[in-house]
Structure formats: C-alpha cells, structure tokens
Design a protein around this ligand. Structure first.
Ligand SMILES: [Zn+2]
Length: 73
C-alpha cells in the first residue's frame, strides 16, 4: 500500500500526521495519532483548498507539492 502523509491538523486530537493511500481518492485519510477518520482524500484536499487556506497556507503548499509529486491532478 502506497501510504503518504499530509500536513494538516486533526480536529479530534490536534495531531499533524495523517496517512492515506495516494492512489485511491476515496480512501479515508486517517490520523496517525488517534486513528480518527477525517474524510476521504478527495474531501480533505477540497477542505484544505477552501476553509484551510487562511490558517494553513504552509501546510497546503506542502500538501500540494506532495500531491503533485505523487501525480495528483
Ligand atoms: Zn487525531
């Protein structure tokens, strides 16, 4: 399984490490700390693009880089 990681903040525990399968857009993104499912990769990416932009610009830039690197369109 092609696990990846993104930088954002878990709404449950405040954790900043998540894991997901970058090859499956509908895969649940899971917090590495508390195992909470934060949504599908697609949903998380959308959320990061919109509401997250004010507070997580750095994280978004980093996420976009990682997603682009992994071939995300
Ligand atoms: Zn968490």
């Amino acid at each position: 399984m092609a696990d990846g990681s993104i930088n954002a903040e878990c709404k449950t525990c405040g954790g900043k490490e998540f894991r997901f399968d970058r090859e499956e857009p509908d895969q649940q993104v899971v917090c590495n700390s508390c195992e909470a499912e934060v949504g599908s990769l697609r949903d998380v990416q959308h959320a990061l693009r919109t509401e997250g932009e004010r507070v997580m610009n750095d994280a978004i830039a980093d996420l976009k880089k990682k997603l682009r690197k992994s071939g995300w369109k």
